[in-house]
Design a protein around this ligand. Structure first.
Ligand code: URA
Length: 454
């Protein structure tokens, strides 16, 4: 017999700081999908959760209800491992770590998102490669994954449709920045991919959604605990996002920087984060004795060129033009560039990373409205990073824009010089530590015996 609940009573219970049961949460979410719960009732519950929180059990109930609102894949093998980032500026690590992990024998199912706010999206970036198909069906996703070992597709309505609806409501009701709601949103999508383990890159700093380290740690804990309750091997890595990762920001520019990194010519910070995340995937898959051993294997795959070949394969598998690996002129690029030069001598001490991300969006590298078309060619290249010495007149960054955008580029340059890149005369502290915290938990049932001879 179906238990009868009332939306009013459930909202009231959470408003008054009560604990919701699995049945209540599940009834509410399935009602939302069926159209029995109105958007204003869901919005009220979201605000009650935002203000009064959800404990670990309630977070798991919400994740479960959102997960089973759509299709759930299941791959019994242990070697299917995914990675997800909470989003940042210039974060192109997926294009490096996925081929590295695949070259080490990990199967990588990646369902990635588009740009959100000031942060770029993996799917927008890869679409800078002519012909690359991201709107494949779930059946094609499974076939490619099983046959080729690595696949990258965009969000589909078949995976966690409740998240799509709830996210749209959160976006307009000021309820995004809630740890249980972020956990359920991310994990419902990740768990549906059927991977046996997930490596989460949780960004912190002024370019991240979780600006404070303490909040990032709480989110990491919530995500790990929730993953474990669904029997997944979990690793959370908190990484700094107080300046763009690497030097390139913008879709084509980030693809070029990713390929350069796969050719062992990448920036140190991007290479370090990518190797740590890829090493984590190798470890969670049971193909390394420890995270350190995973990083060593990942380094070998990068340095040998095996990962570059895997990236070439990925592009080919999904219909993209593989020639871009050796000929960057085949990627969309602007003919015009505009240098932003320092007006004083000193040291770069900090950046407004979020503002830098927004400049790229404004140029057309991201969307201001969902209907906006992405301009793959625009963006910028950082010439200086935090801690670097700068001379008056020296280039801080180069804006890649169209000649018609000259006035906008000049405005952006003014903002960068006045406030977004802070230069002080005294020697800055060296760059903040890049990797701030790493925690790993294996699901008890999945613990892998490591062959000592490996
Ligand atoms: N990314 C998601 O998918 N969901 C959130 O709530 C925040 C970031």
């Amino acid at each position: 017999m179906t238990q009868m609940f009332s939306a009013y009573n459930i909202i009231q219970k959470k408003r008054d700081k009560g604990k919701l049961s699995k049945e209540e949460v599940s009834w509410f979410i399935s009602g939302l999908i069926k159209g029995d719960i109105a958007d204003y009732q869901m919005s009220a519950l979201l605000m009650a959760i935002y203000l009064n929180g959800f404990d670990k059990d309630e977070t798991v109930y919400l994740t479960d209800a959102m997960l089973y609102s759509g299709k759930v894949l299941n791959f019994p093998e242990q070697i299917f491992i995914d990675k997800h980032s909470t989003g940042g500026v210039g974060d192109k690590a997926s294009f490096i770590l996925a081929p590295i992990a695949a070259a080490c024998g990990v199967k990588v199912p990646m369902i990635a998102g588009r740009g959100l706010g000031h942060t770029g999206g993996t799917i927008d970036k890869i679409e800078a490669i002519s012909g690359f198909k991201t709107d494949i069906s779930l059946d094609q996703f499974v076939t490619l994954l099983k046959d080729r070992g690595m696949v990258l597709m965009g969000q589909t309505g078949e995976i966690a449709p409740a998240d799509k609806k709830i996210y749209a409501l959160r976006d307009v009701t000021a309820t995004i920045e809630s740890i249980p709601l972020i956990t359920a949103s991310i994990m419902s999508k990740k768990l549906a991919e059927g991977a046996k383990g997930i490596v989460m890159d949780i960004k912190t700093g002024n370019g991240a959604f979780m600006a404070k380290l303490n909040d990032a740690k709480k989110l990491a804990d919530s995500i790990r605990q929730t993953g474990l309750r669904f029997n997944k091997n979990m690793m959370t890595i908190i990484t700094d996002m107080s300046e763009p990762l690497g030097c390139a920001v913008g879709n084509s520019l980030e693809i070029i920087e990713s390929i350069e990194t796969l050719k062992n010519n990448g920036p140190a910070d991007l290479t370090e984060v990518s190797l740590s995340l890829a090493g984590g995937m190798v470890y969670l898959a049971g193909l390394a004795k420890s995270h350190k051993d995973g990083i060593a294997k990942a380094t070998l795959a990068l340095e040998s060129g095996a990962a570059l070949e895997k990236f070439r394969e990925l592009i080919g598998n999904q219909g993209g033009d593989k020639r871009i690996i050796d000929d960057y002129s085949l990627l969309p690029q602007t003919k015009f560039q505009f240098e932003v030069n320092s007006t004083k001598n000193g040291f770069v001490t900090s950046m407004d990373c979020k503002a830098l991300g927004m400049h790229s969006v404004l140029l057309g590298g991201g969307r201001q409205k969902t209907s906006d078309k992405i301009d793959f060619a625009v963006g910028f290249i950082m010439n200086k990073k935090i801690g670097d010495k700068v001379k008056k007149g020296e280039c801080l960054l180069t804006i890649h824009c169209h000649e018609s955008q000259l006035a906008m580029a000049k405005d952006i340059a003014q903002a960068i010089i006045k406030k977004d890149i802070v230069i002080k005369s005294t020697k800055a502290r060296s760059r903040k530590k890049l990797i701030l915290d790493i925690q790993t938990k294996f699901a008890p049932k999945l613990k892998t015996k490591i062959n000592k001879s490996r």
